[in-house]
Design a binder for this molecule. Structure first.
Ligand SMILES: CC(C)(COP(=O)(O)OP(=O)(O)OC[C@H]1O[C@@H](n2cnc3c(N)ncnc32)[C@H](O)[C@@H]1OP(=O)(O)O)[C@@H](O)C(=O)NCCC(=O)NCCS
Length: 295
């Protein structure tokens, strides 16, 4: 397979990339039940705000990088951040520097849009290090066993009537990506996602999410409420999914969660957090991205 000429770099919105979704699914998520649209709705769904930097050979997609600009609550106050993902090149044209080109051009666009920093979840770091990313902070995760928990309150699956309350719990976190109630509601309807709540005296006090399209299956990746309530919710929610064990990503501000989980937590480990590229000379900020916002 050869290209007609040097591929042309273009920026487009979701409408411009929509005709290539089937190809993107095949290249990025081969064999997966859910596609990119179901996995990263904020990028690909019609109500999302994804932007795409892509190389085209005439009307054929060769390589792309997707991103969105968001506002993050950080330890340095509110910051504009760029979340990058879906970096993919047509298998016939890999190794020609096309991904590097779209990632670099995306970073320039993110900087021009006012983002202070960019975050990207990488399986291999070399390509992104060449584009200016450095390793981010390691994140703690733990393995939790089902069943062992105090029986305080009621644990059940979340319904649409809980969305406003879950948005309020999300908004109270010290670190996270800001969402409108509407965006939160849309995220909570992502296929492949299960959300459970702990209700006490008729009020939802905590929530926990697992799975998200083709991504994060078997991982509990987003929580709201106090550490104590989440520790009470998690093992019982896991029980309801029918899985004996699962991996839990522990946000950096949840210092007490592992201790509160007690014997339900059987192992603690660290995993690489997203890579970071600084786009301005602002003081570096600590950012944590909940699973529903990861791209
Ligand atoms: C990763 C990928 C986008 C690279 O595209 P490309 O156009 O060949 O990239 P470039 O030519 O600019 O750079 C090639 C580098 O990508 C790196 N790379 C290969 N697979 C990679 C991966 N899964 N994640 C990150 N980097 C990868 C290699 O280190 C290679 O460097 P090398 O030539 O020194 O060995 C392409 O292999 C791909 O589409 N893979 C499937 C989708 C994917 O895994 N995306 C990454 C999500 S984080």
């Amino acid at each position: 397979m050869t290209l007609i000429a040097e591929p042309e770099l273009r920026f487009c919105d979701r409408g411009g990339i929509a005709p290539f979704l089937e190809q993107i699914d095949e290249w990025l998520l081969p064999g997966a039940f859910y596609g990119a649209q179901h996995t990263w709705p904020q990028l690909y769904r019609s109500d999302g705000d994804g932007r795409f930097c892509a190389l085209f050979d005439a009307e054929r997609l060769v390589s792309q990088c997707a991103f969105r600009i968001a506002t993050a609550r950080t330890d340095q106050g509110l910051r504009r951040v760029a979340l990058l993902g879906s970096v993919v090149t047509d298998p016939d044209f890999r190794g020609h520097g096309y991904a590097q080109r779209v990632v670099r051009a995306s970073l320039d666009a993110c900087k021009a849009s006012g983002a202070d920093m960019a975050l990207l979840w990488a399986e291999e770091q070399g390509l992104y290090a060449r584009c200016g990313f450095v390793a981010g902070i390691d994140e703690t995760c733990c393995v939790v066993e089902s069943g062992i928990a105090n029986e305080d309150g009621v644990v059940r699956e979340a319904t649409i009537f809980d969305h406003a309350r879950l948005h309020s719990l999300h908004s109270q976190k010290p670190l996270g990506i800001q969402r409108t109630p509407r965006a939160m509601s849309a995220l909570l309807t992502t296929p492949g996602l299960s959300t459970f709540v702990l209700e006490r005296s008729g009020e939802v006090v905590a929530y926990a999410c697992t799975g998200k399209g083709a991504d994060l299956q078997g991982w509990w990746h987003e929580f709201g409420g106090s550490d104590n309530d989440i520790a009470s919710l998690l093992p019982r929610a896991l029980d309801l999914t029918g899985h004996p064990q699962a991996i839990v990503i522990v946000p950096p501000y949840r210092n007490a969660l592992v201790r509160e989980l007690g014997p339900a937590c059987i192992e603690v480990a660290t995993v690489a957090g997203p890579m970071v590229a600084k786009l301005t000379d602002q003081v570096a900020a600590t950012v944590f991205v909940d699973g529903l916002d990861s791209v």
